[in-house]
Design a protein around this ligand. Sequence first.
Ligand code: FBP
Length: 311
Amino acid sequence: MRVTDRVKEILSYYDGERPGVKANLARILMQGRTGGSGKVVILPVDQGFEHGPARSFALNPPAYDPHYVFELAIEARLSALAAPLGLLAAGADRFAGEIPLILKANSANSLGTVKDEAITAGVRDALELGCSAIGYTIYPGSERQYEMFEEVRAGAAEAKASGLAVVVWAYPRGGLIDGPGETALDVVAYGAQIAAQLGAHIIKVKPPTEAIATAEAERIYRESAVDLSQLSARVGEVVKAAFAGRRIVIFSGGPTRGTDDLLADVRAIRDGGGFGSIVGRNAFQRPRAEALAMLESMIDTYLGLSPSVRA
Ligand code: FBP
């Protein structure tokens, strides 16, 4: 594998990091159809735990099977598969070496009321499964935020010492943050900044809306010359919040929706300097052929290919 100049440039953002960590980042950045381009498309399948099995898999029942999602990520030639311990353990052996794995090491469920996550896996698990990275969700703003930060700090330090990359799902929620506030531009950017400060190599956020949740941030954005009415400009602000684009920031897909809508977001992420997508429900809730076609179009968009170029 010859690492491209663009990937070398991205790896240089992490200078001072352990070689094992950089090699694992390179693995993810060089994998699949986006490999070498500096863009990534990752399949996350932690929704069975986070949202429950019916909400996650009943729309496309083959997705109840962990092997199905491994095959989907491999066949679509994605960058990585991210999932909790149980799912990865069910396929890591059969599909060893076929797709980089990200072990989601903390998990929440939709049955509780407190915005919190339990540690459900460790660095040792990630190493045994052959993972390239370990991942944690944080809920900045929640009543449990500070304990979560401490858990991530400890987990990230151990992961890096073992040569694993660290992914943080930055999801401000709980406390004073209301529903629309969770995706407000200033709040999403704040989550990305906290994740970068906690030592994340890859930061996962939701696409930011035009809402600004805090009065001070609203005044500052209003006074700046930047037109934030387009998603691409807002993506640019979030990427800037993660050390001026020196961290890999990727955007989630959210609940399943039409392909055109999804691709419009992908164009905005690309144009705004985002590093890619982490798209779960929109992939595994579609029938297999539809999901593969959608993921192909998504990757084409990141690569700037038109269907005719591919033909
Ligand atoms: P989706 O593309 O399905 O939104 O997946 C991305 C993700 O970050 C998952 O990893 C996670 O389970 C989910 O979003 C959380 O969604 P919610 O905000 O509804 O809890």
